[in-house]
Design a protein around this ligand. Structure first.
Ligand code: ADP
Ligand code: MG
Length: 719
């Protein structure tokens, strides 16, 4: 008997909680004060469909409404003031220019004029004389007097009810919504109403342990205090909780999809390290690996023999030696009878990788081939048959290798160099080239900030080479302008006399290819005058040249037959010519930071002192100034990347569009990176102890996770 009543009681409680939860999913059409017109525009402008969406429409700033001013305290420096007082009279003031309504507002000691230029009729009717109001607005100083135009007004009785006290939320807005009466006041009222009726509708979604670890406030309190914080401390607590939660679930999704990928896709097992690897490592490697390189190779080897598909991101500064890591890993694949595909973003780079791999590997009888957009039909026919017969061990190439007619005998390992130029859809094509997806190693061109890596590439495992090969000198970087030109020419001549080579780079910006091409040509001409061809040899390189011509110019420069390479940014990525010691970047204010760092990375590859000269015009925007200053003050690519993200914002960095990063509602990966790190670490611990989230203590997390991932897109399953 007792048991059955408890049973029904529990059922009832469950039922109530379901009903309550559903309240938050109610459409805003049914919300008091909204109505069909406003509902329509809220949906259209802000994607607000339900009560929950409204609660998740966070204020973007707050106004301190804790302070009340006396009228005689008002200063010109006050951006806005809040006063309690009464209207003692209200009248129209007319002259030739205008017709406005003026109210005399009295705080008990002094008075101030309140002015309305619009909506006077309605205001005149609705204002109650000699009744206490809270007035809020921006004071104007005009003809030796303060006045306030179009203030916000609340009857004191209403004001107390509405909780406008404390920090007042300000919501984003635009003309279209304002014209329908969707003001701050509107948001405050509807959100306040929802919060008032929804106590108990919020389901907790983090574990007890996490709640305790960070002394998190409850979910309801978090929403209440993000919209209506009574003080700064509570606002901070609310922000922390909501940001933490946002990062937590983003990371959870990444790690879980990583795990599911691993269990879903069986990886090829490269169990042995065989002859090719050993022979090359012991007899043909001309330097010893840095500890960082060794560490990364160990990480890759571990993945290779884990029976799961590897998806690893290799980060390392320019010149840190990522290529040799890729090469040695490839040899392991080859020792296990698999083929390797090495993808590069440009033809020049593909050619360079091909040349150096081929040089290194023909000694140990490894067959390397190259396929690019400009490979001839005849070459292709032979290449396709060698590939499917397994004669080719490593295929180096550009996008051309993604095409369906490129078929391998047994593709096992894919390396993507300078990854950001490959889209997800393209990468997914590689997966289909064997029965199991190949292991994937993605190498970044320049470092990206840790926080960004964790979010954008959150579902990849990350390896970092945080050490440069020994003996590398930092590239001395200076900022110069036109008036220094002669001094620079002299410096270049001195370097060339010493046997060094020089790059001079002109910007190439997509939208204005024509004009920049002209810049390059003009530049080339003036350089030819300064460096006449009876004494100096010049190379030129730009995107409009045929690829054979490009290759010839590169070769001449590489072999030291030319002294100066005048080029656009086609040489940006990966080009390796150790004898080049000076990089002059023209109009460097037009380049982004990571590009500048990449370009600078073209020098400082040998044992000589190297230099980077950043030429700019005299007028610089503050962002450009910051970029140049960053370049002259550090050589550390990870630091450069941090500043880059600060200046551009994460949304403008490549890859972020796919990451869900842009859907972050409150957390910010730049300013909240500590919270991100904490959340990621917590998620890691939870997932490593409970991969399927089946433990009781993770029940709430699992439920929320399932909810959130119902609509996850397919891209997450592609590395
Ligand atoms: P990135 O990481 O920018 O792709 P690379 O792989 O092109 O750098 O390497 C840059 C240069 O450093 C190459 O000339 C390479 O041979 C050399 N290098 C790589 N590792 C070492 C090492 N451990 N010791 C000495 N030189 C190295
Ligand atoms: Mg490289």
């Amino acid at each position: 008997q007792k048991n059955t009543s408890i049973f029904y009681l529990i059922k009832l409680i469950n039922y109530i909680s379901v009903v309550k939860e559903n309240l938050l999913n109610t459409s805003i059409d049914y919300l008091k004060g909204v109505g069909p017109n406003r509902a329509e525009i809220l949906k259209k402008e802000f994607n607000i469909f339900t009560y929950k969406d409204l609660l998740n429409f966070f204020p973007f700033r707050y106004i301190d409404r804790t302070k009340f001013y006396n009228i005689n305290e008002i200063q010109k420096s006050n951006a806005d003031v809040q006063i309690i007082g009464k209207f003692t009279e209200i009248y129209y003031f007319k002259n030739i220019k205008s017709n406005r309504l003026i109210g005399t507002f009295n705080d008990g000691n002094s008075t101030i004029d309140i002015v309305w230029f619009k909506g006077a009729k309605w205001i005149e009717k609705s204002i109650k004389l000699n009744t206490d109001y809270v007035l809020y607005g921006k004071p104007n100083w005009y003809l030796n007097n303060f006045s306030i135009a179009h203030p916000e007004l609340d009857l004191v009785s209403e004001f107390n009810k509405k909780q406008v006290k404390g920090l007042l939320p300000i919501y984003s807005s635009n003309e279209r919504v304002l014209s329908r009466g969707i003001t701050n006041k509107f948001f405050r009222e509807v959100i306040y109403n929802i919060l008032n009726n929804s106590l108990g509708c919020f389901k907790e979604n983090l574990s007890k342990e996490i709640n305790e670890k960070y002394s998190l406030i409850s979910k309801y309190q978090a929403f209440k205090n993000i919209h209506f914080p009574t003080n700064q401390q509570l606002l901070s607590k609310a922000e922390f909780r909501l940001k933490y939660e946002e990062f937590f679930y983003l990371q959870l999704e990444f790690l879980m999809s990583n795990i599911s990928k691993k269990s879903k896709f069986k990886g090829f097992n490269f169990s042995k390290v065989g002859n090719s690897f050993n022979e090359f490592y012991n007899s043909h490697l001309s330097f010893s690996l840095t500890n960082a390189q060794k560490k990364v190779i160990k990480e890759i080897r571990k993945d290779f023999s884990s029976n799961a598909q590897m998806n690893r991101l290799l980060q390392g500064d320019v010149g840190s030696g990522k290529t040799i890591v890729a090469l040695l890993s490839s040899l392991i694949a080859i020792d296990n009878d698999f083929q390797v595909c090495f993808l590069a973003p440009t033809e020049i780079l593909a050619q360079q990788h091909y040349n150096s791999l081929n040089d290194s590997l023909k000694k140990i009888n490894i067959h390397v081939s190259i396929l690019t957009g400009s490979s001839s039909k005849k070459d292709r026919i032979k290449l396709f048959s060698d590939l499917i017969n397994g004669k080719i061990n490593i295929l180096v190439g550009t996008h051309a290798v993604l095409e369906d007619n490129v078929r391998f005998k047994n593709l096992g390992f894919v390396i993507i160099d300078e990854q950001h130029k490959f889209g997800v859809a393209q990468r997914s094509k590689l997966w289909k080239k064997n029965i199991n997806p190949p292991h994937v190693l993605v190498m970044t061109a320049t470092p990206i900030p840790r926080t960004l890596a964790m979010t954008v590439y959150g579902d990849l495992d990350i390896s970092i080479i945080d050490e440069l090969p020994p003996g590398r000198k930092t590239v001395k970087t200076v900022h110069r302008s036109d008036k220094n030109r002669l001094e620079i020419f002299k410096f270049l001549k001195d370097e060339i006399k010493k046997g060094r080579q020089v790059y001079i780079v002109y910007p190439l910006i997509e939208e204005s290819k024509k004009m920049d091409y002209k810049d390059l040509m003009d530049g080339y001409e003036s350089i030819s005058r300064e460096f006449p061809n009876n004494k100096y040899q010049l190379s030129i390189l730009h995107g409009r040249m045929k690829s054979e011509d490009k290759a010839i110019e590169m070769k001449r420069f590489k072999e030291g037959k030319t002294d100066i390479m005048v080029s656009t940014t086609v040489i940006e990525v990966g080009v390796n010519i150790p004898n080049a010691s000076v990089m002059v970047i023209e109009s460097s204010e037009k380049f982004g930071l990571s590009q500048l760092h990449q370009l600078r990375g073209r020098v400082g590859r040998g044992s000589e002192n190297s230099y980077c000269v950043l030429m700019t015009s005299n007028k610089l925007s503050s962002d450009a100034r910051k970029r140049i200053k960053t370049m002259t003050s550090t050589n550390d690519g990870f630091k450069v990347a941090e500043v880059d993200m600060e200046i551009r914002g994460p949304g403008n960095l490549l890859g972020t569009q796919q990451s869900g990063l842009l859907n972050l509602k409150i957390a910010n990966i730049i300013t909240d990176k500590e919270i991100l790190e904490s959340a990621r670490n917590d998620v890691k611990v939870i997932v490593s102890n409970d991969q399927k989230l089946i433990k009781v203590e993770n029940k709430l997390i699992k439920e929320e996770y399932n909810n959130k991932t119902k609509n996850t897109l397919l891209w997450k399953h592609i590395s």
